[in-house]
Design a protein around this ligand. Structure first.
Ligand SMILES: [Zn+2]
Length: 199
């Protein structure tokens, strides 16, 4: 891999790198990068690189070359097969999306609280950060609720009817991890109904 760093990428630079990428064999890739330096106030100088020109099939090549070792190749095939199989299954898809929402909320919200708690800053900035963190958390829980309601159904302990509750009774109903107090649409009893994955 060859990276050519320039201050200003001119047409002849681009043409040269493009020619190299088209003519060199596919084990070697040529990049053309522009470097910019940033300084905010008295801060340290920070470099920033912009890729101007890259090998045409760069992303495809990475996959091919990094998976040459048999263990890695197997792993790649396993996850591709898993991916193909799992996402055909609508229930799995929903359950997976729900998990992802929770993970993303944690990843997105926690640093905001940490930053808000740890660093010296203006009060308004602290309040703003915590407000954003709180908003993300609430939104994530709401999305997780919608996906959870849509994934699978609840089973009435009396008549074994399986049903999907409407949003209001779902959100308002008291619940444990696996059960939720709901009114059965068939027999009308209000009991703790078990969450089941199939309808
Ligand atoms: Zn029932």
């Amino acid at each position: 891999m060859v990276i050519w760093v320039v201050k200003h990428a001119r047409e002849e630079h681009k043409a040269a790198v493009e020619w190299l990428n088209n003519h060199a064999d596919d084990k070697i890739g040529f990049f053309l990068c522009e470097i910019k330096l940033f300084q905010i106030g008295d801060s340290d100088i920070a470099p920033s690189f912009t890729v101007v020109e890259r090998p045409n099939d760069w992303t495809k090549e990475i996959r091919k070359t990094t998976a040459t070792n048999p263990t890695q190749q197997q792993r790649l095939e396993y996850w591709q097969a898993f991916n193909d199989y799992a996402f055909q299954n609508a229930e799995f898809n929903k359950a997976f999306n729900k998990r992802m929402v929770s993970v993303l909320v944690i990843v997105a919200a926690v640093p905001l609280f940490v930053v808000a708690g740890m660093f010296e800053m203006q009060v308004w900035a602290r309040v703003l950060l915590m407000g954003i963190g709180f908003a993300i958390t609430v939104m994530g829980i709401a999305i997780a609720c919608v996906l959870d309601r849509e994934a699978g159904a609840f089973e009435c302990p009396e008549c074994k009817e399986r049903f999907v509750p409407d949003m209001k009774s779902y959100v308002m109903g008291p619940h444990t991890i696996t059960k939720r107090k709901l009114t059965c649409p068939k027999c009308g009893c209000t009991k703790y109904c078990k969450h089941v994955l199939t309808r």
